[in-house]
Write a protein that binds this ligand. Sequence first.
Ligand code: GLN
Length: 311
Amino acid sequence: MSPSFQPVTDFRPVLDRIAAEVAATPGRGRPADYIPLLAEADPGRFGMAVAELDGTVYGVGDWQQPFSAQSITKVFTLALVLSMDGGALWEGVGREPSGNPFNSLVQLEYENGIPRNPFINAGALVVTDRLQALTGDASGTLRDFLRAESGNPDLDFDERVAASESAHGDRNAALAHFMASYGNITGPVPDLLDQYFRQCSVEASCADLALAAGFLARHGIRADGSTLLTRSQAKQINAVMLTCGTYDAAGDFAYRVGLPGKSGVGGGIIAVVPGRCTLCVWSPGLDRRGNSVAGVAALDLFTTLTGLSVF
Ligand code: GLN
C-alpha cells in the first residue's frame, strides 16, 4: 500500500494547518440569536481538540476556552439513559433522520407525539424526561458524568444561559407539552424544561468535550476503564450521530466529514473516529441549519488530511 493511504498519526501539524486555513477563510456564519446570550459570541473564535483513546489531547486555537455546549449534551444524556435502561427509551423516540430543523413541530402530530430521533429537540426532551425519571436529577447526573470523563472538576452550567433560554423557550415548551398530550412525557413539563435548559447551558471546552466523548471511540468504555455501554450500544449511538447528529444537514455532513458527529447552536461539534480518537471543534458562527461553518470546514479538512473516516 502506498504510504499516502496510511492514516496520519501526528495530529499537531494537521491541527496547525487546519487553524491556518480556517483563519484565511472569510465568511464564518452568524452566532445563534434566538437565545440572546449566545448572540454575544464572537464568530472569529476558533478552537479544535483531538483526544486519543488514552486521554492524550492535542489542541489548537481556543481549544481550552469553555463555550455553550448546547445540543452536544444530547449525546451524553442519550448514552446515560441507554446505560441505565437498555432499549426501553426507543418506545418513545425513533432513530430516523428528521429532514427538518432541530426545533421543528411539524412531524410530531403526524407521528403521534413520537419524535424522529433523540438529537432533535423533541427527542432530546424525551431523553431528558427519562433520565429525570431514572435519576431524579438529570442535569446533575450529566454534569457529574462530564466532569468525570473530562477530568475537569470545574465544568458547570451557565445559569445565565439557562435563564436566557428559559425566557425565550416557548418553542421547546410547546414541544414538551405537545408530547405530554400523547403521554410521551412522564414528569411535569415545567420541571423537564428546567432540566433541559440547564443541560443545554453546560459550559465546556473543546478539550473537555473531546475527552468526554471518548467512550464512543473506546466502544463504550469510560475513562476509568469501567463499562458504560455495550459495544453494540456504542456503535448504535455513533450510527444515530451519523444519520441525525447535524439535523437536516446530516447528509451533507456525512458527505463532507464522514464521521459520526453532533453539533450545538453554541458553535461546537463533536465527532468520533471509532477505535481511534474523538474530536471537538468550536466556532460560534452558524449556517442556516444551525451548524458551525468553520467547525464543519475544519472537520472536513481533518478527515481529508488524515485519511481517518468511517468510510
Ligand atoms: N438549547 C437549544 C435549544 O433547545 C439547543 C439547540 C441546539 O443546540 N441545536 O433550542
